[in-house]
Design a protein around this ligand. Structure first.
Ligand SMILES: [Fe+2]
Length: 277
């Protein structure tokens, strides 16, 4: 059964810390079809008319039916309303997929944030980089800031598929993006935590960041992310353990990573909502 939760509260918590964890939001026993991904890794569901039409042409009616069921579920769980409140703007569902990871010793993904300027754009023209940063912040077109909803369909623990998020880091990345947009600091890639920390080695950049974000918040981030310079370049300090049926909602600008599913495979149902154009 779904927990009743207060969406104002949830939106407030994400604004402050960058994420929220809610246990036991739904009983997924009726959603056995999601386990099909075990053979396929990542499985996307059609969410708009065009995508559904393509499935129709392929006579994959089952996928359309399953997708409708998942969309209805996100309505029941008020994911769109949480996003509307968070961005104070109308939001839009942009992606549903289920993500299966085999048992492994390697991390699912290393420390990064989802929307920062990727290295591939650094080779292109300056204008494209600016456009990317602008879109991230203002959503004029293309990539824009959103909220991710990770629903766990298997239990995760530290060193076993857990997601880790550095609290308050969304504010740091946002500030940095604005400073680049305002041309107050040089543009450089900052997708990975390592790149982001390297950027802060520039004293002028650090000074501008401290002014805009606040010295205390910047210092907190610097100490929280110090681990990336150590030998292992990882920490368990920010891991979020979760039982099947719980959700983590987070701002894509947060620095996060997925730990190695060392003991058992991991299955996650993911929704992405973004600010509407
Ligand atoms: Fe990510």
């Amino acid at each position: 059964m779904m927990n009743k939760y207060n969406i104002e509260d949830i939106s407030q918590q994400i604004s402050e810390k960058g994420f929220v964890k809610i246990e036991n939001i739904y009983d997924f026993s009726e959603y056995r079809f999601l386990n099909h991904t075990k053979k396929k890794g990542l499985l996307s569901y059609p969410i708009n008319l065009k995508q559904k039409f393509i499935k129709l042409l392929k006579l994959d009616l089952q996928k359309i039916f399953q997708s409708n069921k998942l969309i209805k579920l996100s309505d029941e769980l008020a994911f769109d309303k949480i996003c509307n409140l968070y961005f104070k703007k109308k939001s839009q569902l942009r992606m549903i997929d289920s993500y299966y990871s085999e048992k492994s010793e390697s991390p699912i993904i290393d420390w990064h944030n989802d929307l920062a300027l990727p290295p591939r754009l650094m080779q292109k023209k300056y204008n494209n980089q600016m456009k990317y940063i602008k879109n991230t912040l203002t959503n004029t077109s293309g990539p824009a800031r959103g909220l991710k909803f990770f629903i766990y369909l298997s239990d995760v623990q530290i060193n076993n598929g857990s997601l880790a998020i550095i609290p308050y880091s969304h504010q740091v990345v946002q500030t940095c993006s604005y400073l680049m947009l305002e041309k107050k600091i040089p543009i450089c890639p900052f997708w990975s935590l390592k790149e982001f920390r390297d950027m802060l080695k520039n004293n002028e950049t650090k000074k501008m960041m401290a002014e805009k974000l606040g010295k205390e918040k910047l210092e907190l981030f610097i100490s929280q992310s110090e681990f990336i310079n150590h030998k292992q370049a990882d920490t368990n300090d920010f891991d979020i353990e979760m039982k099947k049926g719980g959700v983590i909602i987070f701002d894509e600008l947060c620095f996060h990573r997925g730990s190695a599913p060392q003991k058992n495979s991991r299955l996650v149902l993911r929704y992405l909502f973004k600010k509407k154009n």
